[in-house]
Design a protein around this ligand. Structure first.
Ligand SMILES: Nc1ncnc2c1ncn2[C@@H]1O[C@H](COP(=O)(O)OP(=O)(O)OP(=O)(O)O)[C@@H](O)[C@H]1O
Length: 267
């Protein structure tokens, strides 16, 4: 479990995080949801230690990360896997080498054979058992995300952070990537945090959702509760999504058949 307590961050006097308190639960997909510029990436960077909050604390499974000794912070960092927005693969390395990279960095005690076994296991787990020799330029966007996931879990991460894992993917591939992240989270009991503004992900894998708006947490709950949330900013966010609007219209206007009948060309 990751506990965030009263985290505040400002740039040049402009507050971006205005006292965020929330928890990310173990073994669940925790979605950090919100529109552009609401502070999701800044919060993520504070959590993984790339940025320092001005005020507040961040605790990983009972160990305080903020302002703790370098050794303690490094130990926590080693348990963090990151799936970056653009996958961030090394173009000059094969899929196998990309996946092996964090093992070389973080677990120098592993032998070459142990690393190979682990990489092969992870690539198989994400459905890329035959792609190890390919270069990033030779694979699709969805495959790149899969390599990113394999690389993140290779060192047996306890915490997995995914920055907009669906960006640049078609809807079907997005669902598959969401499903994979969900399966892995449950299989290995990982605390997964996913930055998103994708309502499809909310519906598919939103086991715990934290809604940010202008640097404040305005709501948290799960996918079954979100459509009934009585927070105007959240409602506005949800219903700005065209699919949700369409679904609501189907509901309001007596089903899809009625809408289709109404929109059929006459004569
Ligand atoms: N290093 C920085 N220096 C100054 N301002 C920053 C910095 N990083 C972020 N900001 C500002 O903080 C605000 C929140 O940015 P952030 O990237 O966290 O938004 P976001 O919710 O992740 O948006 P998006 O979904 O568009 O990525 C923005 O106004 C941004 O310009």
């Amino acid at each position: 479990m990751i506990e965030i307590h009263n985290v505040q961050k400002a740039f040049d006097g402009n507050p971006v995080l205005r006292g965020i308190t929330c928890t990310f639960e173990t073994g669940k997909c925790n979605l950090l949801l919100g529109g552009s510029g609401t502070g999701k990436s800044v919060l993520l960077q504070c959590i993984v230690g790339l940025m320092k909050p001005d005020i507040g604390s961040i605790t990983f499974d009972g160990t305080v990360f903020t302002n703790n000794k370098v050794g303690v912070r490094q130990e926590i960092r080693r348990k963090i896997g990151m799936l970056f927005q653009g996958s961030a693969l090394f173009d000059s390395m094969t899929v196998f080498e990309n996946t092996e990279f964090p093992l070389k960095m973080l677990t120098p005690e592993m032998t070459k054979e142990e690393r190979r076994d682990r990489v092969e296991f992870c690539l198989k787990r994400v459905g890329l058992e035959n792609a190890g020799n390919k270069m990033p330029s030779e694979i699709s966007g969805g495959m790149k995300k899969r390599v990113g996931i394999a690389r993140a879990i290779a060192p047996n991460c306890t915490y997995l952070f995914c920055d907009e894992p669906n960006s640049g993917l078609d809807p079907l591939t997005s669902i598959k990537i969401d499903e994979l992240i969900h399966e892995i989270t449950h299989e290995y009991n990982i605390t997964t945090v996913i930055i998103t503004h994708d309502m499809n992900s909310v519906v598919e894998i939103g086991e715990h959702i934290i809604f940010l708006h202008k640097g404040l947490k305005l709501w948290d709950g799960n996918k079954d509760e979100i459509l009934n949330a009585q927070v105007p900013e959240l409602k506005e966010f949800i219903f700005s999504n065209s699919l949700v609007r369409a679904a609501k219209r189907v509901d309001d206007e007596g089903g899809l058949e009625a809408i289709l009948a109404e929109t059929q060309p006459q004569g």
